[in-house]
Design a protein around this ligand. Sequence first.
Ligand SMILES: C[S@@+](CC[C@H](N)C(=O)[O-])C[C@H]1O[C@@H](n2cnc3c(N)ncnc32)[C@H](O)[C@@H]1O
Length: 249
Amino acid sequence: MESTSLYAHADLYDAVFGRVEPAEVDFLAGLLAGATHGGRRVLSLGCGTGRLEAALAARGVRWVGLDLSPAMLRVARRRDPAGHAVAARMESMPFAGAEFAGALAGLLSFSYVVGGQARRDTVRRLGDLLLPEAPVILEVPMAWRPRALQGVSERLEGAAGFEFRYLDLASEDDAGAVLHTRLRVWSEGRTAERYAPLTVFTPGGIRELLTREGLFANVQFFAPWESASATDTPPPDCLRAVVVARRTA
Ligand SMILES: C[S@@+](CC[C@H](N)C(=O)[O-])C[C@H]1O[C@@H](n2cnc3c(N)ncnc32)[C@H](O)[C@@H]1O
């Protein structure tokens, strides 16, 4: 089987990850409903193939997505031609002014920003781009002891499936740890994979990251994607959380 770089083969990525769970859309639409009245737009970081954005658009949410992969963006544009999909890195968002009614980073996208300075700069920039009270919604890997994730894997068997594995530790800092990861996907006899360092946050690390400059407040942790599960601190056995905070007024 051919092995290729995953995000250059967006159709293959999409064959495995392109679905959206109704609970996911309900959760996001519920949080964004109040903020997006009057046609205000939501910014999606690492929007990928636009699966969430298209589902939100069907609920009346207007979106701007950014992603560094042209192939992923092509699928996003095809999926929802009304959306605005921009080729850019999260670390250097090409927008000006506080114009967005919310920000979203689904399926671990925000964890691709590695390094303390890059993370802090990205959060500061996000603060500049969001309207007061706008929610920021980050689905991130999270563990009380991130280094314990080394060797942990998640696998979906089948003709179309994937294996995601945390490999060795790259570095640790006050937000958590960076672990090397390998994601391999396959569908219809093709396979693609990607090695990437990903940030795994501790609960205290991401809270501190979001609140340190007073840009965000009201940090809550949710089990994906359960609206009723909001807590100020995630449970000790969590491995992934949806973190929601609000831009301060
Ligand atoms: C796991 S996918 C998630 C896609 C989408 N958010 C979803 O929920 O399906 C991660 C995406 O982040 C993008 N990405 C990775 N690093 C990035 C960066 N530094 N800036 C912008 N996009 C990035 C990848 O190209 C990929 O499309």
